[in-house]
Design a protein around this ligand. Sequence first.
Ligand SMILES: Cc1cc2nc3c(=O)[nH]c(=O)nc-3n(C[C@H](O)[C@H](O)[C@H](O)COP(=O)(O)OP(=O)(O)OC[C@H]3O[C@@H](n4cnc5c(N)ncnc54)[C@H](O)[C@@H]3O)c2cc1C
Length: 427
Amino acid sequence: MVLCQPKDRIREAFNFLGVFDGESNVPSMSYAVVGGGINGLAVARQLLLDNPEAKVTLFEKEASVAQHQTSHNSGVVHAGLYYAKGSLKARLCRRGVALLRAYCQSHQLPYDQCGKLVVALTEIEEKRLQALFQIALDNEVPGVRMLYGEQIKEVEPNCVGVAALYSPETAIVSYEAIAKQLAQEITERGGTILLNCSVQSLTNQGEQVQVMLTTGAYPEMFDRAVSCAGLQSDRLAMQSGDEPEPKIVPFFGQYFVLDEAYTDQVKGLIYPVPDPKYPFLGVHFTKRIDGRMTIGPNAFLSSARENYDGKGVNWQDVRDYLGFAGFWRFSLRNIPAALREFKTVLSQQQFIAEATKYVPSLATMTVQTATRGIRAQAMDNQGHLVDDFVIRRDRHITHIRNAPSPGATSSLAIAEYIVREVMTAKS
Ligand SMILES: Cc1cc2nc3c(=O)[nH]c(=O)nc-3n(C[C@H](O)[C@H](O)[C@H](O)COP(=O)(O)OP(=O)(O)OC[C@H]3O[C@@H](n4cnc5c(N)ncnc54)[C@H](O)[C@@H]3O)c2cc1C
């Protein structure tokens, strides 16, 4: 697409909105960004924002942007309740919320600060919830407080529990809509988005990076490259000479939509207390920005990295994790959790039962099957699920190797971090 306004006028407008804060140190180079999910788009935009003269080309293998994790998630803007102090997640999530809220406001994109409860059903869970409360305080999450017994009903009249952690700032958005807005902004700022363009490898060659497409073509040389390939990130990294680990092991999460008659039983977001051994947040009630109410996602091993109807197997994807020692170590350690999740895969009743422990008035609700999401979850060779974001640079190529939830919440901050810190750091 073609640039529609002079770049300095766009810069002026963004200065006025306070979006561009003048910290530009991005040289006027050429940049290749791989991946048209929210992270790749955010990185491409940040490069153009920090230096309107930069030549930015984004490669996306699908026919349109945001076809994978970015459009198959819970749509929650996480406030920062769960992330260990000092982690990248803790830092970039809090910054990400501020940037995302401002972005939605300045582009008239819906942002609903509906609030969230994390609910303990037992005293053991309550102890874990207290630990979570401390993390939220450490992360300076605004407005968080503990609620007990009947106080829970003041926020969610139909919710039961021993105690709950209330986060009034947690919000919902459409990450797909935000990604499409970012794509539009990139082209308006003079960047190029190449669709149906799958990258095979990125190679440091002297002071430049060679991009090779899966067609075997070499479009041109770039000065710098950033790979934000989500579910394919480990493969592209390996093909580009980066370390084989962490590996992506795909875990799907099924969602169901409540029939309309039941939607008003829950006002915002109701989550269980997460299992500390597992990085997934558990089946939760999620209000959607379009007014629907969903339950999900569970978490179980996927038979393909990019198959959202759950039918069929991608043998290459399956062989990849079956041949990975870390996967077997993980599996042996997590048999109880896997069995618990598998019950919700086999039985819709079981799935609903998990959710309605928190809202018993919905025990007889009817639901429709919605889409799955598939998590690009990184795992190390010891079989540990990598919790924090992993962003690595190999000379002129930067790879996002792990960006699970809250990766969408944090996307604008991840982009800032990559462009202003990782890419400019002395190696
Ligand atoms: C079930 C589920 C629920 C979640 N809920 C939330 C939530 O509520 N809040 C939150 O903040 N986060 C959530 N997340 C996490 C969030 O969705 C991700 O962190 C985020 O979308 C990652 O964005 P991305 O751009 O890195 O990856 P993706 O959106 O997966 O995009 C990667 C892109 O790279 C492209 N690509 C891959 N390989 C190549 C190649 N070789 N050449 C060219 N293009 C390529 C793909 O086609 C794709 O478009 C959830 C994730 C899942 C799966």
